[in-house]
Design a protein around this ligand. Structure first.
Ligand SMILES: Cc1ncc(COP(=O)(O)O)c(C=O)c1O
Length: 377
């Protein structure tokens, strides 16, 4: 056995790596008592705008709110259809249903796990107004064909980029843009385990257009254009100053964080490539991969047995996602299904994510891969 249980993430060791900077940032917020909308919120947003090379990043309470706020500002009407992948986290579907929109579920690409452009094209009806593409596990969706379809049919594109901050998409003409900055609106989550994770909830909306940015900003503060001037229906969704201060420190280190994830993924790739029953994470040529998750497909119906084996050996692993959206009770009455969603369903039985984070050691990875290989022997 390894000398301790190997967890999916190790936020405590990461904190100690940057402890001085984080403690200092927190202390300065506490000393100032500017817990809501302190100067660190704007400062963090502007640093993120620089990193993403976009005009506007509007911080908010979490990644789910970010999706709801984005949908609120797209001039959609009740019953309008929004195309969403069936294999994803529930937040996008939930936000659409809450606003009286109809999520139209489409299948994903079996290799990348991301929304299939062909499935999107097949799903379009007269009521289709938007699509939410989700950049799953650290890799961008294939944005070129998706943007072409959107242009052709006049659809808005929301990019749910909760999982792939920093991934770059390369268009066929060689132009490169960061995931989340390509569509009309992008959304981010700063949930602690994300690529840029805070010490609690957090999120942001990415916008290019000035007027839309102002509307999004107002939406996060009860629709106010000025204090006690409620101009549109909004909500209360703010990023705490303390979280902003932490995130601003972590953003300084994002390039090194992503490199650490990529190095850990490369180790797994090399160690596991000979195992017949394992399909390694596929790398889309048009996108870099920042490995929010390192997700294998386990063939031959052996996924659950492998997970139990790893647990016995003190190794955490996780199934993202054990059910696709159409299999969830709550959503059934509200969705339209396009196509057979068979790949999404198949993935729920095959995917397994291994521990992967910025603090992984070779010794841990050696132990994990050794145990996986032993299982298949
Ligand atoms: C793809 C995706 N979208 C949205 C969210 C929602 O983010 P949050 O937990 O910050 O509300 C998550 C977070 O888990 C996610 O993975």
């Amino acid at each position: 056995m390894f000398d301790r249980k190997i967890q999916m993430v190790d936020l405590s060791t990461q904190y100690h790596r940057w402890k001085e900077e984080i403690d200092e940032a927190l202390q300065s917020v506490i000393e100032s008592s500017a817990f809501i909308n302190g100067p660190q919120v704007k400062q963090f947003a502007s640093h993120l705008e620089e990193y993403l090379n976009v005009e506007h990043v509007i911080p908010c309470g979490n990644g789910t709110d970010a999706l709801q706020i984005a949908l609120m500002r797209l001039n959609l009407e009740k019953g309008d259809e929004v195309i969403i992948p069936a294999f994803t986290y529930a937040a996008a579907v939930e936000a659409a249903v809450l606003l009286g929109l109809t999520p139209v579920l489409v299948d994903v690409d079996s290799r990348t796990f991301n929304i299939s452009p062909e499935a999107v094209a097949d799903a379009i009806s007269e009521r289709t107004k938007a699509m939410i593409v989700v950049h799953l596990f650290g890799q961008s969706c294939d944005m070129h064909p998706l943007m072409e379809i959107a242009k052709q049919h006049g659809l808005s594109v929301i990019e749910d980029n909760a999982q792939s901050l920093g991934a770059e998409y390369i268009f066929p003409n060689g132009e490169t843009q960061k995931a989340g900055t390509i569509g009309e609106i992008g959304t981010l989550s700063f949930f602690p385990t994300k690529i840029l994770g805070g010490y609690g909830d957090g999120g942001a909306v990415i916008v290019h257009d000035d007027a839309l940015a102002e509307a999004v900003r107002m939406t996060t503060v009860h629709g106010q254009s000025a204090k006690y001037r409620h101009q549109i229906i909004g909500c209360n969704s703010r990023l705490d100053t303390l979280q902003s201060a932490i995130l601003d420190v972590k953003l300084r280190h994002i390039t090194e964080s992503i490199a650490a994830r990529q190095a850990a993924a490369a180790y797994y790739d090399k160690a596991l490539k000979e195992v017949e029953e394992i399909v390694l994470p596929y790398r889309l040529l048009a996108s870099t991969h920042v490995y929010h998750q390192y997700t294998l497909c386990i063939k031959g119906g052996k996924r659950d047995a492998l997970q139990a084996w790893l647990k016995e050996k003190g190794i955490s692993s996780y199934i993202y996602y054990p059910r696709s959206i159409q299999e969830q009770e709550a959503f059934k009455p509200h969705i339209r299904i396009s196509g057979d969603l068979s790949i999404s369903h198949q993935l729920t039985n095959e995917v397994l994510s291994l521990p992967l984070h910025t603090e992984m050691t070779e010794a841990e990875q050696h132990y994990i891969t050794h145990q996986i290989i032993a299982f298949f022997r």
